[in-house]
Design a protein around this ligand. Structure first.
Ligand code: XCC
Ligand code: SF4
Length: 625
């Protein structure tokens, strides 16, 4: 195995990660860090976005000597096309996830499942009314059927715009209309992006980028929003609760099952099955103290938000969690699951189980899970894990730390209820300058950067400046491990946040959910804009993805910008090979949609940029800096 010469301290800020990286090295097990070394240096053209392989007259590289591909495409066209497809990939991921929730709703409506039900009827009525469905005096099943039809319709192309555009402030919608950016149907925008980027179609970089933005909006206000809202309807709308994070949530004396991926549809069933008294008795008969479920990545966020299930780790912890030697099973659905987990599992007694037809892993045990058989399949999976417990090698177990406390469950509904029933107190706190603004820090880890150094660094800097922070996705675990997700963390915040969050008994950094749940932040921004009678781009808010890596993160970043939210990235997407595209991203969009991207690797400097932006927006609203 190729060695990563860098000490573990350089790779991550966490003790639990360092211990497991060193254990992997001692045991000769390869991780993402060694593989990154083998892949470095990366292809320059791919990094710049100037390689094209969308037809077989190529592949082509755009260089000073050969500034056009075989077909004549220049750097601008090639970079824009590559970026457009990148965003379409991300939008497809989130939105197909959203569709899976509609399919579960369909199974409920059609009576094809006993395992899933409508848990939050009030929310279903509320969101149905928002998208124009008659709810007065109607049976919940009938409303559910209409909602299902409406949301399926949002994926197609017959409608003029996706339904949740009803939540978008009029001023914002007018901008989208003017630019031809109104998202019509989720699948339609994604398919059109594939069409436009076929050889010989959209050969005008700015035009391609506008459609990339439209595609991302179909994700944010369409697929992702539907995913979030229906997950709440089916599994319950999150309310604040306490939980724990880091590798210490894995328990030496229990059967440990890690759920990994994104969708709560399977992980909720694994959780339910792990509580089946008969299976718990089997675990005890096998010598375990019980069955422990812990989360990784976003399906972990889903269970954490709604059920308070502890979080074992974020993206760069997924391999390392298995290295504790105490994991009986990793159960995955889709997205962000490194295929290397299969190999690492096979170095231990760990069963690697995949559950989705669209995300199979060679070497995994597959369970074909559908709404009609989900619970029964989940019980079999949990039983497999119980069986694996007896094969655990105690001499190889190392759980490197004690867990950290975290507070979770901040849905918009929960926040509004904590505020006493409306957003007014928040608006007043912003007006008074106690909360100067808010920034959503979202997204991933990336092995090119010291794990969580930027995610945590930025959050800490912002709260010092009385800027409220909302976290989702893999930043959740980072913020949690840094002690930022507990009410006591107000001690690290500025005086205004300390006062407001202290009075409410909430942390200065709020856990807002998984990555599709960034839709909750969009909804909050829209509601704040409406409360102030301004556009989203007038608000003192921002978004950031310091350590992002995925296509989905690019889609999120772009829908944030297109929605009027100034968005920071710790490193650029692969667009620097085109000046035109780069300039549009970091400045041109400002004129078009009132926000743009900013790239800044240093979290302290990034916090200063947010500070300036928020100052300017506050002044624009006639408020103190
Ligand atoms: Fe990124 Fe989404 Fe994946 Fe984590 S899991 S690595 S996309 S933050 Ni949502
Ligand atoms: Fe080359 Fe043009 Fe084909 Fe791309 S589309 S591979 S630039 S010929």
């Amino acid at each position: 195995m190729a060695k990563d010469p860098r000490p573990a301290e350089e790779l991550t800020i966490w003790e639990d990660a360092r211990a497991m990286i060193n254990k992997a090295r001692a045991e000769g097990i390869e991780t993402v860090h060694e593989r990154l070394q083998k892949q470095t240096p990366h292809c320059k053209f791919c990094e710049l976005g100037t390689s094209c392989r969308i037809c077989t007259m190529g592949p082509c590289k755009i260089t000073p000597k050969s500034p056009r591909g075989v077909c004549g495409a220049d750097a601008d066209v090639v970079v824009a096309r590559n970026f457009g497809r990148f965003v379409a990939g991300g939008a497809a991921g989130h939105s197909d996830h959203g569709r899976d929730l509609i399919e579960v709703l369909e199974a409920i409506v059609e009576g094809e499942t006993k395992d899933y039900k409508i848990t939050d009827e009030d929310k279903l009525r509320r969101i149905s009314a928002e998208v124009g469905i008659e709810t007065e005096g109607r049976d919940i099943k009938d409303i559910a059927r209409d909602a299902m039809e409406c949301f399926f319709g949002d994926f197609g192309s017959r409608k003029k715009e996706v339904s949740f555009l009803s939540r978008v402030p009029q001023k914002r919608k007018d901008i989208w209309t003017k630019l031809g950016m109104v998202p019509r149907g989720v699948d339609r925008e994604i398919a059109e992006m594939m069409h436009r980027t076929h050889m010989g179609c959209d050969n005008d970089a700015p035009n391609t980028l506008l459609h990339a933005a439209r595609t991302s909006l179909a994700d944010g206000w369409g697929g992702s929003m539907i995913g979030t809202e229906l997950s709440d309807v089916i599994f319950g709308t999150p309310t604040p609760s306490m939980s724990q994070a880091n590798l210490g949530v894995i328990k030496e004396d229990k059967v440990n099952i890690l759920v990994h991926g994104h969708n709560p549809v399977v992980s909720e069933m694994i959780l339910a099955a792990s509580r089946d008294p008969e299976i718990v008795a089997e675990a005890k008969a096998a010598g375990a103290a019980g069955i422990n479920i812990a989360g990784l990545c976003c399906t972990g966020n889903e269970l954490l938000m709604r059920k308070g299930i502890p979080m074992a780790g974020n993206h760069l912890m997924t391999e390392l969690a298995i290295l504790t030697g105490a994991v009986e099973a990793v159960v995955v659905d889709y997205q962000c699951i490194m295929p290397s987990l299969v190999q690492i599992s096979s170095c231990y007694h760990t069963r690697f189980i995949d559950t989705a037809a669209k995300a199979r892993f060679t070497g995994a045990t597959h369970f074909d899970i559908h709404p009609h058989n989900a619970y029964e399949q989940a019980t079999e999976i949990v039983r497999l894990a119980v069986k694996a417990y007896s094969e655990r090698d105690a001499s190889r177990v190392d759980i490197p730390c004690e867990p950290v406390e975290i507070m979770t469950g901040f849905s918009n509904e929960a926040v509004i209820s904590a505020l006493g029933g409306s957003l007014d107190p928040l608006v007043q706190a912003i007006a008074a300058g106690d909360i100067r603004g808010a920034v959503g820090i979202v997204g991933c880890n990336n092995p090119k950067f010291q794990q969580d150094s930027m995610n945590v660094g930025l959050a800490k800097e912002l709260i010092k400046k009385d800027i409220l922070v909302l976290v989702t996705g893999c930043v959740t675990t980072a913020a949690g491990k840094a002690g930022l997700l507990v009410p006591d963390a107000i001690e690290m915040a500025g005086p205004g946040i300390k006062k407001v969050c202290g009075a409410l008994g909430i942390p200065p950094v709020l856990h807002y959910g998984s990555c599709v749940d960034n839709a909750r932040i969009l909804q909050l921004c829209a509601a704040l804009a409406d409360a102030l009678n301004v556009d989203i781009s007038d608000l003192p808010v921002g978004a950031s993805s310091p350590e992002w890596y995925s296509e989905k993160a690019a889609a999120i970043g772009l829908y944030a910008v297109a929605s009027g939210i100034y968005t920071h990235l710790g490193h650029p997407p692969n667009i620097l090979g085109s000046e035109t595209v780069t300039n549009i991203a970091v400045s041109g969009l400002e004129d078009l949609v009132g926000a743009s991207f900013v790239i800044e690797p240093d979290p302290v400097k990034a916090a200063e940029l947010f500070d300036e932006r928020i100052k300017a927006k506050r002044i624009g609203l006639g408020l103190s800096e």
